[in-house]
Design a protein. Structure first.
Length: 201
């Protein structure tokens, strides 16, 4: 992301877990961003990918940081070969709280169970790359709002408009350009098909 030379002061993911043990049955951490973002990481993922928390971020030679790049931030070492998804890049975190993975996604998965498997790919793309900014059924971040209220996704024309808008919003230079690293037009179409089932419910 053009941040070569940036120095981070970090704390191991599990150091914080050891200091503040999770309640029984809680298996994940919910991260609320300062700008209405929201992401979730399971405790198992924290261990598997050797995650860290960045408590200080300093760019090289006094360079300017992107607006979104402030602590507290989740850090994934390149050596851990993490999933290439937006969910693993939360920053500007203002609040951490324990959650239960299954229950967090339940408002979405209940509806998903009634639909064809063809939307599974769209579901996975949405929860990994979109839910951070776009809420659905009361979960996720609110920075970008609920997409099912902004597009008539039950209609093919609405899906087409969504895919076009997705490209304009996330591939332009500037604040939202990083999403281009995770999603493309074919994935956007899968997301539109997944969200269409919520436009019908």
């Amino acid at each position: 992301m053009g941040l070569k030379g940036t120095k981070l002061t970090v704390v191991p993911f599990y150091r914080m877990i050891e200091m503040f043990p999770p309640p029984t049955n809680m298996d994940s951490i919910l991260m609320d961003g300062d700008d209405d973002y929201q992401a979730i990481i399971s405790l198992d993922q924290g261990k598997k990918y050797d995650l860290y928390w960045a408590t200080k971020i300093k760019t090289s030679h006094g360079g300017k940081k992107p607006d979104w790049m402030n602590p507290l931030a989740l850090v994934v070492p390149n050596s851990s070969n993490p999933p290439d998804v937006e969910r693993f890049l939360p920053a500007n975190i203002k609040n951490l709280r324990y959650a239960q993975w299954k229950n967090y996604y339940k408002p979405v998965t209940v509806v998903l169970q009634k639909s064809a498997r063809k939307v599974q790919a769209g579901f996975e793309a949405f929860v990994n790359d979109c839910l951070y900014c776009h809420s659905l059924k009361g979960i996720g971040g609110n920075k970008g709002g609920d997409l099912t209220t902004k597009f008539q996704l039950a209609l093919k024309s609405g899906q087409k408009r969504f895919v076009k808008a997705f490209g304009i919003k996330h591939y332009r230079e500037g604040k939202y350009a990083s999403m281009g690293e995770f999603a493309h037009s074919k994935k956007a179409q899968k997301i539109a098909e997944f969200l269409s089932i919520f436009s019908k419910n």
